[in-house]
Design a protein around this ligand. Structure first.
Ligand SMILES: Nc1ncnc2c1ncn2[C@@H]1O[C@H](COP(=O)(O)OP(=O)(O)OP(=O)(O)O)[C@@H](O)[C@H]1O
Length: 734
C-alpha cells in the first residue's frame, strides 16, 4: 500500500482575522514547492514546530490545482486495476467537505465530482478507442458511518435499521458492507442526481463550531468494471469525507452530540493508532477496532491511498491542529510501494483437462510494475534479495522529494488483469494452501517469454534478483495458481450458498448464561483478537454449527461444519466431526449428549501432541477457533486468559447514570492517567493501560477532560466486552 499525505490550509473565513494566522506553509529549499507546515509551540510561541508532507497547499490553492496535482494522476492507475482511496482528515471546520465535495459552481467542485468526471471521460475514450470491444461500467455505493454504525446513503432513511448494516469479511480478506446497494451510473448527470439525493440523507447536526458540521464519515465507492470478452478488470475508487475531530468543551455539545463525538473520536483515534502501527512496522495493525478503519483497511489493502490533511490557519484551532499534524506526519511514514493486482476471469476457467495443460492462454499474473508488496511473499523476498538489510515487513520512509509514481506507464493490457477481492489476501495466509501459493508467487517473474510487459528497468532488477532462485516451472506455477484460485472460489461459492444463519441471534431455548457467552464471542469475533477475517468467517460457521448441535439440529449442524471446512481445509478433527454427524444422521440412533463428546475431545486434544508439521498451522487456526466456540458455548471455559477469581457476579451501576463510589474509584484510576495504577486493574496489561492513557491524551491536550461514566469508558477503544466489568469486579474483590 502506498500512502501519500498532503496538507491543505484553508483560507480565512468571513469573521476570521489575519492577525490570528499561526499555520504557515514552507519549503525545504527556497524556490521549491511547499512541503512543510509550520506552527508555533503552544508553550513557547517563539519556537516553531515543522511537519513535513509530500506536498503542502496554501490558502490560495484552488480546487482544480489540488485535483490536478493529487488525484488526477491516479485515475490512470484506477483504470489499470489499482484501488485508489482518497480521504480528507482534519478538525471540524477545516475544509474536508469543501475539499471532497466542494461547491456547486464549476470552479468550486471538489475531488469527488471531478474524479467522476475524469472516470467517465476516460471510460468513454477507452470504449471509443477499442471500438466497443472493451466496455466500461461505473457503479456507485455511498454510505456513512455514524456512531460506528453503517448506513446506506442511497436508501431512504426510513429503511434504516437501528443497528445499521453489518460488515462482512470476504474470503479474500477484504472487508465489505453486507447488503449495501449499488447503482449503475451512466454519466455525470446520473451521478450528480444520485449524489445530491444521497447527501440529503447524510446525518448532519449543527454544532457551535460549524453550523453544517458533518457528524458522520461519508464514503463514496466508485466501482469500475472493464470488460473485454471474458476478461474482467475491476477496481474501486473510494472517496472519504471523515467526520471532524473536535474538542467537546469548545463545542458546547449536548448529550447526543457527546455520544457522536465519542464515536468520531474513537474511530479517528483508532485510525491514528493504525497509522502509528503501520509506520512502526508493527505486525498487528488494530484496524478492526472501529468500523471506519476496518473499511479503510489501512495497512491491509493494496493500491494507492491519498490522505489530505485539512488545516485551519487560525490560533483558535491551535491544539487541535497540532494533534492532527501529529497523526498525519505519522501517516507519512507509511511505506510507499504499490502492489500489482492479480488476475481474475469473468468465468473461472473450466476444470477441463485443458485448463491444467500447458496450453492455457491466460496470463498467470500481472507483471510487476514499479511495485513491491510487503504482503506478498515473493515480492518481499525479491526485495530482500536486493536489500539484505531491509526486513521484508518493513515500511520505507518517504523522502519529501519522492512523489510516488503510481504506476509505470505501461499500455493498457487487455489481458486477464483485475483488481478483485477474489484472489487476494490481505495478510500472509495461514492455511497451507495459501502459504503454498505465496511461496510460488515467483510466477510473476516467470512471465511467458515474448511478453515483456514489465518496464525494462524493473524487469531487469526483479529478474536479476530472483532468477537464480527460481526452481518452479511455469506449468507448476500455473497449476498452483489454479489450485489457489479454485480454493478461494470454492470458499466463496460455499459461503454464498449457505442457508445457515451465521450471525449469532438470541435463540429461544438457550439459557441466559450461554447466550451471554455467545454474545461475548460475537464481540470477540469483531475485536482485534480475530485479525484474520477469513478465520473469523470460519469461526462463525463453527459457532453456528455448535448452536445447531446444542438444539439437536444435527442436519443443520452438519451443514454449518461443512461450510466451515473451506476455512480450515483438511482439518482432521473437523473432518471427523463431519463424519460422525453424517454417521449419526445415517443411523438415527439415539446419541450420547453432544457435550460429552466435546469435553472428551477437548481433554484428548490437550493431551495429544501434534506431530505433522504440515498440518500444524491449519490445526492451530482451527483449534483456536474451536476452543473459542467451546468456550463460548457449552464447555467449561479453558483458562486461556486470567479470570477474576471467585468474585460473585456483580451488578454494575447504570452505565450512564451517576457513578457509584466503586465506579467512581475505577474512573478516578482511569482519569489519573497513571500507568502503574491503571495496570493494577484486573485485566489491564501494560499495552492496554498505555493505549488507554494515549487515548485520554489524544482526547484532550490538557488534563481536564475526564471520563465521567462507565458508559463513556466502554466507548474507548479496547474497553469493550467484559473489560470494564472485570476491572470493576476486581476492585470489589480487593
Ligand atoms: N479551500 C477553501 N476555500 C474556500 N472556503 C473554504 C475552503 N476550505 C473550507 N472552506 C470553507 O470553510 C467552511 C468549513 O469547511 P467544511 O464544511 O468543508 O469543513 P469540514 O472540515 O468538512 O467540517 P466538518 O468536519 O464539520 O464537516 C465552509 O464554509 C467552507 O466553504
Amino acid at each position: 500500500m502506498s500512502v501519500r499525505v498532503v496538507a491543505r490550509i484553508r483560507p480565512l473565513l468571513d469573521k476570521e482575522l489575519d492577525k490570528d494566522i499561526i499555520v504557515k506553509p514552507d519549503s525545504a529549499e527556497s524556490g521549491k514547492p511547499y512541503t512543510i507546515v509550520k506552527i508555533p509551540n503552544p508553550k513557547n510561541e517563539a519556537e516553531d514546530f515543522s511537519f513535513a508532507f509530500n506536498s503542502v497547499y496554501d490558502q490560495s490553492t484552488c480546487q482544480e490545482t489540488l485535483f490536478t496535482s493529487e488525484v488526477s494522476p491516479h485515475v490512470k492507475s484506477l483504470f489499470q486495476g489499482y484501488d485508489v482511496t482518497i480521504f480528507a482528515y482534519g478538525v471540524t471546520g477545516t475544509g474536508k467537505t469543501h475539499t471532497m465535495r466542494g461547491g456547486l459552481k464549476l470552479a468550486e467542485r471538489g475531488v469527488i465530482p471531478r474524479l467522476l468526471s475524469s472516470v467517465f471521460r476516460r471510460g468513454k475514450k477507452i470504449m471509443k478507442d477499442t471500438e466497443g470491444n472493451t466496455t466500461v461500467r461505473v457503479a456507485l455505493s455511498y454510505y456513512e458511518i455514524y456512531n460506528d454504525k453503517v448506513f446506506d446513503l442511497l436508501e431512504p432513511p426510513e429503511k434504516r435499521t437501528p443497528s445499521g448494516l453489518p460488515l462482512r469479511a470476504e474470503a479474500s480478506g477484504k472487508t465489505v458492507v453486507a447488503g449495501l446497494s449499488e447503482r449503475a451510473c451512466e454519466d455525470l448527470k446520473d451521478f450528480e442526481k444520485l449524489y445530491i439525493e444521497a447527501n440529503n440523507n447524510r446525518v448532519t447536526a449543527a454544532t457551535k463550531l460549524n453550523a453544517h458540521s458533518s457528524r458522520s464519515h461519508a464514503i463514496l465507492r466508485v466501482k469500475l468494471t472493464q470488460t473485454t470478452g471474458e476478461i474482467v478488470r475491476e477496481s474501486t475508487a473510494s472517496a472519504i469525507d471523515l467526520a471532524g475531530s473536535e474538542d467537546n468543551r469548545r463545542t458546547d455539545n449536548g448529550k447526543e452530540r457527546l455520544i457522536e463525538s465519542a464515536a468520531i473520536n474513537k474511530s479517528l483515534f483508532v485510525l491514528s493508532q493504525c497509522i502509528e502501527a503501520i509506520s512502526r512496522g508493527d505486525k498487528r495493525i488494530p484496524y478492526r477496532e472501529s468500523k471506519m478503519t476496518r473499511i479503510l483497511s489501512l495497512g491491509q489493502n493494496n493500491g494507492i491511498t491519498i490522505m489530505i490533511l485539512n488545516l485551519a490557519p487560525m490560533k483558535s484551532y491551535h491544539l487541535d491542529t497540532l494533534s492532527s499534524l501529529n497523526v498525519s506526519s505519522r501517516a507519512k511514514r507509511i511505506e510507499v510501494r504499490e502492489i500489482e493486482n492479480e488476475v481474475v476471469f469473468k468465468q473461472f476457467p473450466k476444470t477441463s483437462s485443458t485448463t491444467t495443460s500447458g496450453n492455457i492462454h491466460r496470463q498467470p499474473l500481472r507483471p510487476l510494475a514499479n511495485a513491491h508488496n510487503v504482503h506478498n511473499g515473493n515480492v518481499a523476498a525479491a526485495a530482500k534479495a536486493t536489500d539484505a538489510n531491509k526486513p521484508v515487513k518493513a515500511f520505507s520512509v518517504y523522502t519529501d522529494k519522492s512523489k510516488p509514481t503510481p504506476v509505470t506507464s505501461q499500455p493498457l493490457v487487455l489481458k486477464p488483469l483485475a483488481n478483485t477481492s477474489n484472489t487476494r489476501r490481505s495478510t500472509p495466509a495461514k492455511r497451507p494452501s495459501d502459504q503454498e501459493a505465496l511461496h510460488v508467487r515467483p510466477s510473476k517473474l516467470a512471465r511467458p517469454i515474448g511478453q515483456p510487459l514489465m518496464p525494462r528497468s524493473t524487469a531487469t532488477l526483479a529478474a536479476s534478483s530472483t532468477t537464480s532462485k527460481m526452481t518452479v516451472s511455469a506449468e507448476e506455477i500455473e497449476a498452483m495458481v489454479e489450485k489457489k484460485v479454485g480454493e478461494i472460489l470454492a470458499a466463496r461459492a460455499a459461503a454464498e450458498k449457505s442457508a445457515v444463519p451465521v450471525q449469532v441471534h438470541v435463540q429461544p431455548g438457550l439459557d441466559d448464561a450461554v447466550q451471554k457467552r455467545l454474545d461475548a464471542l460475537e464481540r470477540r469475533i469483531e475485536s482485534d483478537e480475530w485479525r484474520e477475517d477469513a478465520k473469523s468467517e470460519g469461526l462463525r460457521f463453527l459457532l453456528a454449527a455448535r448452536q445447531h448441535k446444542e438444539r439437536g439440529e444435527d442436519a443443520a449442524a452438519l451443514k454449518a461444519y461443512e461450510m466451515a471446512l473451506p476455512f480450515f481445509p483438511g482439518q482432521a478433527k473437523l473432518l471427523s466431526k463431519i463424519e460422525r454427524l453424517k454417521a449419526k444422521l445415517h443411523s438415527a440412533e439415539r446419541p450420547r449428549p453432544e457435550h460429552f463428546f466435546d469435553v472428551k475431545e477437548k481433554v484428548t486434544r490437550k493431551k495429544k501432541r501434534r506431530t505433522t508439521s504440515d498440518d500444524d498451522e491449519v490445526d492451530a487456526d482451527y483449534e483456536d477457533a474451536e476452543a473459542d466456540v467451546e468456550e463460548a458455548t457449552f464447555v467449561k471455559p479453558a483458562s486461556r486468559r486470567p479470570r477474576v477469581k471467585a468474585v460473585p457476579r456483580t451488578i454494575l451501576p447504570d452505565d450512564n447514570g451517576p457513578p457509584s463510589p466503586r465506579a467512581q474509584q475505577l474512573l478516578d484510576i482511569v482519569n489519573s492517567r497513571d500507568l502503574v495504577q491503571i495496570k493494577s486493574l484486573v485485566g489491564f496489561g501494560a499495552k492496554k493501560a498505555k493505549d488507554l492513557v494515549d487515548y485520554l491524551e489524544l482526547m484532550s491536550v490538557d488534563e481536564e477532560n475526564c471520563i465521567d461514566s462507565l458508559g463513556q469508558l466502554r466507548a474507548v477503544p479496547g474497553m469493550g466486552g467484559r473489560t470494564i466489568d472485570r476491572a470493576y469486579e476486581g476492585l470489589l474483590a480487593m
